[in-house]
Design a protein around this ligand. Structure first.
Ligand code: 3HC
Length: 715
C-alpha cells in the first residue's frame, strides 16, 4: 500500500469502500486527490458497484488539503489542476451528480477539504467523537472545494457563518443536531452502518438529494442579506487588517443571490487569489512553526519515550499556582496544592474552584466534569503527600532563598524520578537548584497568566537538565493543551526578553514627546490586541533588565506613577483611568507626570518624535524587539527563529497574520531594520544599537531566520 493514496474494495453487497490514506491525519496532497479521483471513477464505472462509502484510514476521515503543498502551489513548482477542477469537475459534476449514492463514514477529523468531500456525499454517518469543521480561516484562505456553498445548505446561514468565521469545530452529536451528519454510531459500527445507508439510498429507501440543491435550511435572500451585512460589519470591526474573513461573506452572498453554481465559481476564483496572499503565507508559517516547537534537536530526536506523569504537586496557590493547578485538573491530572498555612491554602483552593466554576458558567465545562476535576484536587500544608508525585511545579513569589529552600525540601521528600519544575519568570534556574544534587531533573515550566487560559508555556532547560525530563514536560504540555517553546536558561527567557525593549522603547518615545494614546492606537491598528501602555496597565509595569544596563532605557515616568499609586487596572489608574467595568479612558492628568519625568531625566521634546507616523511608531518600538530577538538567536536561547515567532504571537499578542516577530522582520529586510536602528542609536543612544547578529545579517543580506552557529557569535 502506498502511504499517500487511496484504495478501493468492493464487497459482496455491491458497496465499494474507498479509503483515503495519508497518515497520520490523511491530509489531501495532490497525489492523494488524484488517486481518490481514480478510485471514485472506478467505483462509478464498475457494474458490480451499486453504492460507495468513503472512509479515512485508521480512524481519521481527513484533515483537509495538504498544507505543505501550499508553498509549491504558490511558487508554481508543481503542475496543478486547472482552477475549479476538483471543486466543480470532480466533486460536483462527478461525485455529487453520480448515478450511484455515496456515503461518508466519518471518524476522527473531517476538516477543510476532508469535510468538503464528505459534504458532497449523499449522506454522512459519524462517530460521537468525530470533529468536523472548516478551519481554513486560520490559514488565511477560504474553503476551495465547495464548503462555503454546501455548509450553509446543510446547517443554515447563521450556524455556518459562526463555524466559518471562528473556524469552530463541532463534534458528532452537535453535527447531528445541526444536520451536518445524518446519523451517529460507534466507531466499530461505522463502516457497516454507512454501507447499509448507501444501499438504502440506492434502493430509494432514504432520500437522495445533492447537498448543493438543498434549500430547506438556507434563508430567503432578504433575510440572508441582513445576516451577511451584520457579519460583514463584525468582521471589519474585529480584524480590520485582513481581507479573507470578508471574502467568506462575499462568496456566500454570491451563492445565495446568484445560485450555488455561481457561488462555487466565485469560491474557487477567490481561493486561488487568497492562496497566494501574504496573509496566507504568514499563517501557514505559523501553522508549521507551532507544530515545530516540539521538535528540539538533541532532545526529541533521541528516541526517548515520555514517562507517564500520573500525579502532580504545586507549591504555592497564588494566581499562577492556582491557574496551573486548574490547567492540570482540566486534563484529568490528580493535583496536590501545597501552601504554608490554612488561610493561604483555602484561598488557593477557592481560586481553583472559581476558575473551574467560571468555565461551567460559560458552558465550557459540564457539571460532571467540574465535580470530576474537584475530586482529583487536594490541599496540603506539608510535603508528606509529595512522596508519590511524578512532577512538582513550584509557583511561589520570586524570592531566591525561599525557592532554594523549597527545592532542598523537594529533594528530601519526592522520589528520585520526580521532575522538579519552577514557574519562575526571572530567576536563574541554576541558582534555584544550587543547594541540591538534582540539577538533571530541574526544569523551568514558565506559564503565562492566567495559566489555565494562556496557550504558551516556556520550557526552560539548563546545561544539566536531562533530555528525558524535557521530553516528559513536553508531553505534559501537550496533554494540557499548551504550546511549548523550549528555551535555554537566561534572564527573562524568550517572551520577557522580547517584552522588555517593547515597553522601554514605548517609554522612550513618550519621554521624547510622542503621545501615549497615539502609540497605543498605532499598535491596535497594527493588529495587537492592545497597545504597550494599555498592556502595562493590565499586567503591571515590568521590571527593567537591570542586568543589561547597556540596553536598558531607564524611564523616569514609571517611578512617578508608582509613587502615586497609579499601578494600572488594579488601582483604577495607570496610563489610563478605569471605570468600575474596567473600561479604559485616556487621562489628561498623565501629561503632568510626563512633564515631570522629562524634567527629572533632562530629556527634551523632540519635534520629530512628537508627530511620528503610525508606521514609525511601530518600527521604533518593534525594531528594538527584533534586535533582542536576534540576540536570543545568536546565543542559541531558542533553537530556531520560528520558536520566537510563536513566542511573540502566543506570549505578546503579535498578530499571527504577520507571521511572528522574525518572520515579519524578514518581510521588511534586515538591511532596512539595521539602518534605522543605526540612525536612532546616533540620535537617541545605545538603546537602539543593532546587535552583531543583526548587523551581520544586514551586511550579508541573509534573512534573520537563518540562524548561525551560536559559538561563532560576537555578542
Ligand atoms: C481546499 C480546502 O478547502 C483547503 C483546505 O482543506 S486547507 C486545510 C484545512 N485543514 C486544516 O486546517 C487542519 C489542519 N490540521 C490541524 O488542525 C491539526 O493538525 C489536526 C486537528 C488535524 C490534528 O491535530 P493534532 O492531533 O494535534 O496533530 P498535529 O500535530 O497538528 O498533526 C499531526 C501531523 O499532521 C500534519 N497535518 C495535519 N493536518 C495537515 C494538513 N491539512 N496538511 C498537512 N499536514 C497536516 C501536522 O503538520 C503534523 O505533522 P508533524 O507530525 O510532522 O508535525
Amino acid at each position: 500500500m502506498n502511504s499517500k493514496s487511496s484504495t478501493i474494495e468492493v464487497g459482496a453487497d455491491g458497496v465499494a469502500v474507498i479509503t483515503i490514506i495519508n497518515p497520520p491525519v490523511n491530509s489531501l496532497s495532490l497525489d492523494v486527490l488524484y488517486s481518490l479521483e481514480k478510485k471514485l471513477e472506478e467505483g462509478l464505472r464498475r457494474d458490480d458497484v451499486k453504492a460507495i462509502v468513503v472512509i479515512g484510514y485508521q480512524g481519521n476521515f481527513s484533515s483537509g488539503f495538504h498544507i505543505s503543498s501550499f508553498d509549491d502551489l504558490q511558487q508554481g513548482k508543481v503542475a496543478q489542476p486547472k482552477p475549479g477542477y476538483v471543486s466543480v469537475d470532480i466533486l460536483t459534476d462527478t461525485v455529487e451528480a453520480a448515478r450511484k449514492p455515496l456515503v461518508a463514514a466519518i471518524d476522527g477529523y473531517a476538516l477543510g477539504g476532508g469535510l468538503e468531500i464528505a459534504m458532497c456525499c449523499h449522506a454522512r454517518i459519524s462517530t460521537p467523537n468525530a470533529q468536523l469543521g472548516l478551519p481554513e480561516l486560520h490559514l488565511g484562505i477560504i474553503p476551495g472545494f465547495g464548503g462555503t456553498q454546501r455548509l450553509p445548505r446543510l446547517v443554515g446561514l447563521a450556524k455556518s457563518l459562526e463555524m466559518l468565521l471562528t473556524a469552530k469545530l463541532v463534534k458528532g452529536e452537535e453535527a447531528l443536531d445541526l444536520g451536518l451528519v445524518d446519523a451517529i454510531v460507534s466507531s466499530h459500527q461505522l463502516l457497516d452502518t454507512a454501507r447499509k445507508w448507501a444501499l438504502d439510498i440506492w434502493e430509494r429507501k432514504r432520500p437522495w438529494i445533492p447537498t448543493l440543491h438543498r434549500n430547506d435550511k438556507i434563508e430567503s435572500i432578504g433575510e440572508a442579506k441582513e445576516m451577511l451585512k451584520f457579519a460583514r460589519a463584525q468582521a471589519i470591526k474585529q480584524a480590520p487588517n485582513i481581507y479573507h474573513p470578508l471574502a467568506y461573506i462575499d462568496v456566500i452572498e454570491e451563492g445565495v443571490v446568484s445560485g450555488p453554481r455561481a457561488g462555487l465559481i466565485k469560491e474557487y476564483e477567490t481561493f486561488e487569489v487568497l492562496l497566494r496572499s501574504d496573509t496566507c503565507k504568514a499563517l501557514v508559517h505559523i501553522f508549521f512553526a507551532q507544530r515545530g516547537t516540539t521538535k528540539v534537536p538533541g532532545v526529541t530526536d533521541m528516541g526517548l519515550v515520555p514517562r507517564q506523569v500520573k500525579k502532580v504537586a504545586i507549591v504555592g496557590g497564588g494566581l499562577m499556582g492556582s491557574g496551573i493547578a486548574t490547567a492540570l485538573l482540566l486534563s484529568n491530572y490528580p493535583v496536590i496544592l501545597k501552601e504554608v498555612n490554612d488561610k493561604f491554602l483555602e484561598a488557593g483552593i477557592d481560586r481553583v474552584k472559581a476558575n473551574l466554576q467560571r468555565r461551567v458558567n460559560k458552558g465550557k465545562l459540564s457539571e460532571d466534569k467540574f465535580e470530576k476535576a474537584l475530586s482529583l484536587f487536594k490541599g496540603t500544608l506539608d510535603y508528606e503527600s509529595f512522596r508519590d508525585v511524578d512532577m512538582v511545579i513550584e509557583a511561589v513569589t520570586e524570592d531566591v532563598p525561599l525557592k532554594q529552600q523549597i527545592f532542598i525540601d523537594l529533594e528530601k521528600f519526592c522520589s528520585q524520578h520526580c521532575i522538579l519544575a519552577s514557574n519562575t519568570s526571572t530567576i536563574d534556574l541554576n541558582l534555584i537548584g544550587e543547594k541540591t544534587k538534582s540539577q538533571d531533573r530541574i526544569i523551568g515550566a514558565h506559564f503565562f497568566s492566567p495559566a489555565h487560559v494562556m496557550p504558551l508555556m516556556e520550557i526552560v532547560r539548563t546545561q544539566q537538565t536531562s533530555p528525558q525530563v524535557i521530553v516528559d514536560l513536553l508531553d505534559v504540555g501537550k496533554k494540557i493543551k499548551k504550546t511549548p517553546v523550549v528555551v535555554r536558561n537566561c534572564t527573562g527567557f524568550a517572551v520577557n526578553r522580547m517584552f522588555f525593549p517593547y515597553t522601554q522603547a514605548a517609554l522612550l518615545l513618550v519621554e521624547h514627546g510622542t503621545d501615549i494614546y497615539c502609540i497605543d492606537r498605532a499598535f491596535t491598528k497594527f493588529g495587537m490586541p492592545m497597545g504597550p501602555f494599555r498592556l502595562c496597565d493590565l499586567i503591571g509595569i515590568s521590571v527593567a533588565m537591570e542586568s543589561m544596563p547597556d540596553r536598558t532605557y531607564k524611564s523616569m515616568l514609571i517611578p512617578l506613577l508608582q509613587g502615586n499609586k497609579r499601578l494600572g487596572e488594579t488601582t483604577q489608574r495607570g496610563f489610563y483611568i478605569y471605570d468600575k467595568r474596567r473600561k479604559a479612558k485616556p487621562d489628561p492628568e498623565i501629561k503632568k507626570y510626563i512633564e515631570k519625568a522629562r524634567e527629572n531625566s533632562g530629556v527634551n521634546i523632540d519635534p520629530k518624535l512628537e508627530k511620528l507616523s503610525d508606521k514609525d511608531i511601530v518600527e521604533m518600538i518593534l525594531f528594538p524587539v527584533v534586535n533582542e530577538a536576534c540576540r536570543l538567536l545568536a546565543k542559541g536561547i531558542v533553537v530556531k527563529a520560528s520558536d520566537l515567532d510563536i513566542a511573540s504571537v502566543m506570549g505578546t499578542g503579535f498578530p499571527p497574520y504577520r507571521g511572528g516577530i522574525i518572520y515579519w522582520a524578514d518581510t521588511l529586510g534586515s538591511k532596512y531594520i539595521c539602518s534605522r536602528l543605526d540612525d536612532w542609536a546616533r540620535m537617541y543612544g545605545n538603546f537602539f544599537n543593532p546587535c552583531a547578529y543583526l548587523a551581520d545579517k544586514a551586511a550579508s543580506g541573509v534573512p534573520l531566520s537563518v540562524t548561525m552557529d551560536p559559538t561563532k557569535s560576537r555578542l
